[in-house]
Design a protein around this ligand. Structure first.
Ligand code: HEC
Length: 126
């Protein structure tokens, strides 16, 4: 009788331990799915994605103040979010088309898709 009780306690302890472990593993998996991996357009915000795209490809000319004949700055969140639709349209133009941005050549389609997704998400800052 004592042995059986001990066995029950051990079994339930094992059950709690394995269930806890399972759900922890599930949580980690979900977290990884939500991050904006390369090629992924989910969860795009200004801070986690858009700022770096603009910094690397646009601010050379669209600085504050702008250089090289660029007509406006794209440095702050306010400046970029106010021009998001303009930016997407200029970035989507084919190489050589008037106003295609950046002038050196079209960015990878995935980068353009990330701007599209940011607009679809409602232009979140964070
Ligand atoms: C080498 C300098 C340079 C870089 C880099 C650059 N631009 Fe421009 N941009 C210009 C100039 C000059 C104009 C005005 C003349 C024109 O429209 O071609 C302009 C115009 C624009 C316009 C208005 C175009 C229109 O017809 O409505 C937008 C929007 C724009 N840029 C966005 C961007 C974005 C977004 C990037 C980065 C992906 C970028 N630019 C990178 C120089 C640059």
């Amino acid at each position: 009788m004592k042995k059986a009780k001990l066995l029950m306690i051990l079994l339930s302890a094992f059950c709690v331990w394995s269930c806890t472990n399972d759900s922890e593993a599930d949580l980690v998996e979900i977290e990884q799915e939500q991050g904006p991996d390369e090629g992924d357009t989910d969860g795009i915000t200004y801070e986690n994605t858009v700022r770096a795209i603009v910094q690397n490809n646009c601010v050379g000319c669209h600085n504050d103040p702008p250089r090289n004949g660029a007509p406006f700055a794209l440095v702050s969140f306010q400046q970029v979010s106010a021009r998001a639709n303009n930016m997407l349209s200029a970035m989507s133009r084919q190489n050589g088309a008037a106003g295609a941005m950046p002038p050196v050549g079209r960015l990878p389609q995935n980068t353009i898709d990330q701007i599209q997704e940011w607009i679809d998400n409602g232009l979140p800052e964070n």
